[in-house]
Ligand binder design. Structure first.
Ligand SMILES: Nc1ncnc2c1ncn2[C@@H]1O[C@H](COP(=O)(O)OP(=O)(O)O)[C@@H](O)[C@H]1O
Ligand SMILES: [Mg+2]
Length: 259
């Protein structure tokens, strides 16, 4: 296992351009172990691009990235995973036709405290049940085929899978998008449980900030590739965020009318 430094993530002056498009401009942030950051913002604000820089999928055009106190240049998502970064995307990379416990161990290389390569079926089943129980994921049975589960249950399993290997930084890109209230609540419960365990730092991208507000220690609002608002949740409110977003919407409308 990597060293357990308190500061898990630090980004300094990160910018990212795709040809003529500047997706991120001078982003700086840091996150400690045990903290949950809510990354909010409109479509196209740059949230996913920032996540993809943290996972190693994209390389920044400029700026520095530090993981566990050390500067890193991530070459790929695999490299990011080796460095302790896990990501759950909206499309989940689970295999529908096989059961829950096999999905848990799908393509998990025996790295970072893992010995998964040598687990047999029975051991996998047992390990999956224990792990799901520990983080509070509620499913009928680990023998259930994934296609038989609800969207929320599938997402919960994807989250469980991504934390099995003790990541330092867990990134969730819109984990409750297109989910019903009950399913969303299940995901948020899992996140809350992980937050209480305090082993990792978590960034959760969300459109519906009212929904994630309670599980976050801090919220950042991204607009036009910049962080325009950064406060601990204890010092802000859903109302203040709503006012900000409404204001942003009014400005956007005004500029449409001017054009
Ligand atoms: N691979 C890419 N190539 C070109 N432009 C991109 C690419 N990925 C994202 N962008 C652009 O960067 C901006 C930010 O996108 P994104 O990070 O996906 O926003 P969000 O996740 O906040 O909706 C958008 O203008 C988007 O069109
Ligand atoms: Mg996105």
């Amino acid at each position: 296992m990597a060293e357990q430094s308190r500061e898990v993530l630090r980004a300094e002056h990160i910018s990212k351009s795709f040809g003529q498009v500047t997706a991120l401009k001078d982003i700086s942030m840091h996150l400690n172990r045990g903290e949950v950051l809510g990354l909010l913002g409109d479509n196209g604000a740059g949230k996913s691009t920032l996540m993809k820089i943290f996972t190693g999928f994209h390389q920044p055009t400029s700026g520095k990235l530090f993981l566990n106190g050390r500067e890193v240049t991530l070459k790929s998502v695999a490299h990011g995973r080796q460095m302790g970064v896990e990501c759950v995307y909206q499309d989940l990379a689970l295999v529908n036709e096989i059961n829950v416990y096999r999905n848990m161990f799908l393509q998990r290389e025996p790295t970072r405290g893992g010995f998964l390569g040598i687990l047999n079926d029975r051991a996998m089943r047992k390990a999956a049940s224990e792990h799901l129980g520990r983080i509070g994921v509620n499913i009928p049975s680990v023998d259930a085929e994934v296609s038989k589960l609800s969207g929320g249950q599938r997402q919960a399993i994807a989250v469980a899978r991504s934390v099995y290997q003790k990541s330092d930084l867990l990134l969730l890109d819109e984990p409750t998008a297109a989910m019903g209230a009950k399913e969303s609540a299940q995901i948020l419960d899992v996140i809350q449980r992980l937050r209480e365990q305090g082993d990792m730092a978590i960034i959760i991208i969300a459109h519906n900030y009212a929904q994630v507000f309670d599980v976050c220690d801090r919220v950042n609002l991204v607009e036009g590739g910049k962080i325009v608002f950064d406060k601990p949740t204890a010092e802000t409110s859903v109302q203040e965020l709503t006012d900000l977003v409404v204001n942003e919407y009014r400005m956007a409308r005004a500029s449409v009318h001017e054009a």
